[in-house]
Design a protein around this ligand. Structure first.
Ligand SMILES: Nc1ncnc2c1ncn2[C@@H]1O[C@H](COP(=O)(O)OP(=O)(O)OP(=O)(O)O)[C@@H](O)[C@H]1O
Ligand SMILES: [Mg+2]
Length: 359
């Protein structure tokens, strides 16, 4: 899963990114934590898997990860190429979700490109740039698709009609999110990959020691079904430089709630309506995975390995807490809480699964 970080210049994007990168380096078990200078691979920690791993004396824990893409600040006019903004926006077109960093801290030593701290105005500026960028993209695409439609391509005709609705909405400043995709052109949304259709997590960059979300941002987020997390990105970046004990002591001193970064990564996952599931065995690797709500054991097998999916026979499944209650797989088998399920079993959040397959 990929997430793009957007926001005004100096909003705190790179501080957040650095904090995430450092946390990733500590915990990810990935040798390639920073695969590119502006891409950070961050583990999504989950206490449930930690407890399962402890119970089974797992050899190690492998976390599912999110890739965060840091881009330069978007000024007004970014979509017209100012400040290279458009190129940066193109970089995040392929992401699954957007983290929008909003400055709310009042540190006067940090310049604001608009001369004052005003979270609602800044959110509006960035959202307008995203709308413009999508508009430009949609106008270009509609021309191309219209040509295909003229040659009698039914799907192209449906896509063209959809694109015209999209262009009209964007011209009025409305996002693409929520505009229904026609059955006759099921790939229309993916072909355009509009920024304003992606789920959003607002990260409100607050003063140290605060975790208050400004009401205007909370209401704005609620209206568009977005998530909100408040933290000081500078503080998180500083804490990430400390070892775990010192960081915990400093958090306690400042009265800052634990794991601001975990809230960001978990918040990003929550946006996409993903379920977690786990694979684990006595003394082996305990691993976390994610799957869209409503998908089955067969899909879960495909996440683990295509060969395991191809050879799927059945799956042993148990809820993570039932496994803890039973004291392990042997106990669960005795109690009958370890179930055998077929390929159509709909996975539940927190399931531990062991797929039996023919190689
Ligand atoms: N909560 C905060 N309180 C005080 N200062 C902060 C806070 N968050 C970030 N800063 C400071 O603001 C400055 C800009 O932060 P940062 O580089 O993360 O912004 P950015 O959004 O990446 O900017 P750019 O758009 O230029 O890439 C840094 O000096 C950083 O230490
Ligand atoms: Mg930056």
């Amino acid at each position: 899963m990929k997430v793009g970080i957007v926001g005004m210049p100096n909003a705190g994007k790179s501080s957040l990114f650095n904090a995430l990168t450092k946390a990733g380096a500590e915990a990810a078990n990935y040798p390639f934590t920073t695969i590119e200078p502006n891409v950070a691979i961050v583990p999504v920690r989950d206490e449930r898997l930690e407890r399962v791993a402890a119970l089974l004396h797992a050899s190690e824990i492998v976390w599912d990860t999110i890739a965060f893409h840091d881009i330069a600040g978007l000024v007004k006019g970014a979509s017209e190429g100012e400040g290279l903004g458009n190129k940066f926006l193109a970089n995040i077109r392929e992401t699954d979700a957007i983290v929008h960093v909003v400055r709310a801290h009042t540190d006067e030593s940090i310049l604001h490109s608009e001369g004052s701290v005003d979270p609602a105005r800044d959110v509006d500026t960035i959202e307008t740039e995203l709308v413009y960028a999508d508009l430009e993209q949609a106008e270009r695409r509609v021309e191309r698709v219209a040509k295909q439609a003229k040659s009698g391509d039914k799907e192209a005709a449906a896509e063209e009609a959809w694109l015209r609705t999209v262009v009209a909405a964007l011209q009025e400043g409305r996002p693409v999110r929520g505009i229904p995709v026609p059955d006759a052109a099921p790939n229309a949304l993916r072909n355009l990959s509009p920024l304003t259709a992606k789920p959003v997590l607002f990260v409100v960059n607050v003063d140290e020691g605060s975790d208050e979300i400004p009401a205007v941002i909370a209401e704005h987020a609620a209206r568009q079904g977005a998530g909100v997390v408040a933290l000081s990105t500078r503080l998180e970046a500083e804490l990430a430089e400390l070892d775990e004990e010192d960081a915990a002591a400093m958090r306690a001193d400042l009265g800052v709630s634990e794991s601001g970064l975990d809230r960001v990564s978990q918040g990003a996952f929550a946006l996409l309506e993903l379920n977690s599931f786990f694979t684990a065995g006595e003394g082996t690797i305990a691993q976390s995975w994610h799957l869209r709500n409503g998908l089955t054991a067969w899909h879960a097998a495909g996440q683990i390995h295509t060969d395991i999916q191809k050879g799927f026979v059945r799956a042993e499944v148990i809820a993570w807490d039932a496994l803890l209650d039973a004291g392990g797989f042997a106990g669960a088998r005795e109690r009958g809480t370890l179930r055998l399920e077929g390929r159509d079993y709909v996975m539940r959040d927190g399931d531990v699964i062991n797929v039996k397959f023919t190689p």
